[in-house]
Design a protein around this ligand. Structure first.
Ligand code: G6P
Length: 609
């Protein structure tokens, strides 16, 4: 996964490209580069490191008068992060430059054939193959060369090319990786994601698989893989670029944690009727969808999967529908038992995660109805699912998700309540009561944001410990898994999430004097059991941080610190308990000097298997 961007217009391209790349840095940040169309031909500047390093390198070289160029920010797959493996890649003559996001699976075969034809490679990447292949087919017409090139490629890609003899033109295409074209006035952009085009426009088109686009300052032409012109629907972004800026916060992550009340409010408000009923009719998800369903299969990756695990509890306990939750990378190769009697519920912030998309396609091919819960407008999952339910969390920039996860949870509740109504497992009064609770949830999240200072202090106390545990039962266990992932992702702390009752079957041997254990106890029917589990780690020297909504007596044998949160219906508890846990992970990361918004080895959108 990488980010690509391109600009053509009548103003200086460098600042537009740099600004665009900066918004895409979440997609990869180990190296970066641009190719600019200058009066002396194309000029490529690329480097290992972040966009800032690239910007400094460009500035050192002096000013470029280019008004057209392409750029790339990389997350290495083929070839280590280095100057020479950075994109753009040029053909041998230095007249064609290319950026690529994705993986060319048959690159070796193509590379061997090209070498036999005399091509000399300068990098270890799969992407460079495409530059040489395009060059081989290029006879002055970029559209034709791209059509021919694509016939030889196997894998996933979003590609943009610029050629020195067409100074204001970019040729792009995609297959299984995102690509949009931003439509300005006398200037146009291409990019992997919407925030990258927002410096010039809010209007865009989504490039479909195998479509080829010719972009010039005054025109954007889209063709199918045979070269026939096609019409595209123009869409408009309904949020502002401020959503993608830090606005005074130290990191995007803390900003996004603080934005959670709004994210949840925006996601649920229009989906609860005046008489307190869930309403997903605009998305086509009514009673008929759930009435006779046999199983719901939830597939997702990372945090989205943990939101799905919380959803499983809501579906099973409220609507009595069996839910099979599986990480997408396992589901797709598991020969899953799923057919037209089942629903495949896919959850993804980006809507572009390769494993999640593949799992959804597998489920669809076997006849299941697909519902995608997605944050990014017009993303692949959103376009391919039978029904799409958007989480209106706004752009999420920090690699570690917070507000999108919370918005996903709220959609799980709406769906489970819709299913409960369809199946008659709850009365209308019960559903209305839960919907009123759901409407209050953003305010309760707001109140829980008050735990920030306490969690900062606790993080200061324990940030040097290299091992941590999270324990909980039922819905608390689901929140523990997400909390533990956060600590691993951004603070590089080894952390285990365990079901409270399971700890004694092995991992308790790892508890030593001073091991931090974050214990969640927010499911009333399980308080007593969880308290016993907590006491057993405390007795072995753990430092216990208890997050609870319970009114039970708390004694020194139980915990070292208590964080009280408000009571809400049991199945919504993760929406509140996750807040102090997010703060804890954030501040542990800050005190450990970690790169919070861009953790090592990670990327926000993983578009490779
Ligand atoms: C990556 C990110 C995770 C994220 C997961 C799923 O691994 O680092 O934070 O939860 O992808 O992403 P998605 O966009 O499908 O929700």
């Amino acid at each position: 996964m990488c980010g690509i961007v391109g600009f053509t217009g009548n103003r200086a391209a460098v600042p537009v490209l740099i600004e665009g790349l900066t918004t895409l840095e979440y997609r990869g940040y180990d190296s970066a580069g641009v190719t600019l169309q200058t009066k002396d031909g194309i000029k490529t500047v690329k480097t290992k490191g972040r966009i800032k390093v690239l910007e400094d390198k460009i500035n050192e070289l002096g000013s470029f008068d280019a008004t057209c160029g392409i750029g790339h920010t990389r997350w290495a797959t083929h070839g280590a992060p280095s100057d020479r493996n950075s994109h753009p890649h040029e053909n041998m003559e230095g007249t064609i430059a290319l950026v690529h996001n994705g993986i060319i699976e048959n690159y070796l075969e193509l590379k061997t054939a090209l070498i036999a034809e005399g091509v000399e490679f300068k990098s270890d990447t799969d992407s460079e193959v495409v530059a040489h292949l395009f060059s081989k087919f290029y006879k002055g017409n970029g559209l034709e060369a791209m059509m021919e090139t694509c016939k030889h490629l196997r894998g996933s890609y979003a590609i943009a090319v610029t050629c020195s003899d067409n100074k204001d033109e970019m040729i792009c295409t995609r297959q299984d990786n995102p690509l949009i074209v931003g439509l300005g006035k006398g200037e146009n952009m291409i990019a992997s994601d919407i925030p990258a085009i927002m410096s010039i426009t809010k209007d865009f088109i989504v490039v479909g698989d195998n479509e080829i686009v010719r972009v010039k300052p005054d025109s954007v032409e889209v063709f199918d893989s045979e070269g026939n012109a096609i019409e595209k629907e123009v869409q408009t972004v309904n949020w502002d670029i401020q959503g993608a800026q830090k606005e005074g916060y130290d990191h995007f992550m803390i900003k996004e944690i603080m934005e959670q009340p709004k994210a949840v409010r925006n996601t649920i408000t229009s989906r609860i009727t005046d008489n307190d009923m869930p309403n997903l009719m605009e998305e086509g998800v009514g009673a008929d969808v759930f009435k006779n369903v046999r199983n719901i299969h939830i597939v997702a990756c990372g945090s989205a999967f943990y939101a799905g695990m919380a959803g499983k509890i809501a579906f099973e306990r409220l609507a009595r529908i069996p839910v099979v939750a599986n990480v997408a990378s396992e589901f797709r190769y598991s020969d899953p038992i799923i057919d037209e009697n089942d629903i495949c519920l896919v959850i993804s912030q980006s809507g572009e995660t390769a494993d999640t998309l593949a799992a959804m396609r597998e489920a669809k091919a076997r006849g299941a109805k697909t519902i995608a819960v997605v944050n990014v407008l017009a993303s692949s999952a959103a376009r391919e699912a039978d029904h799409v339910i958007y989480t209106w969390a706004g752009p999420e920039i920090a690699v570690a998700t917070t507000k999108a996860y919370s918005a996903q949870l709220s959609v799980m509740y709406l769906l489970a309540l819709t299913a409960a109504k369809a199946r008659g497992t709850l009365s209308d009064e019960q559903i209305a009561g839960y919907c009123r609770d759901l409407r209050d949830l953003p305010d309760m999240i707001e109140e829980t944001l008050g735990s920030r200072e306490t969690m900062e202090e606790l993080a200061k106390l324990y940030h040097e410990r290299n091992d941590s545990f999270f324990i909980g039962r039922g819905i608390d266990y689901m929140a523990c898994q997400e909390g533990s992932l956060k600590l691993k992702e951004i603070a590089y702390v080894h952390s285990e999430a365990y079901a409270g009752g399971e700890l004694k079957h092995g991992p308790i041997s790892l508890i030593e004097e001073g091991t931090p254990v974050v214990a969640l106890a927010c499911e009333e029917s399980l308080y007593e059991k969880q308290i016993s589990n907590i006491k057993s780690v405390k007795a072995r020297g753990a430092k216990v941080i208890l997050v609870t909504n319970g009114d039970f007596d708390i004694d020194p044998d139980m915990c070292d610190h208590v964080v009280k949160i408000a009571k809400c219906p049991f199945f919504m508890a993760a929406s509140l308990s996750i807040i102090p846990v997010q703060f804890y992970a954030y501040y542990v990361g800050v005190f450990r000097g970690c790169d919070i918004d861009k953790p090592r080895n990670l990327a926000k959108s993983v578009t490779v298997e």
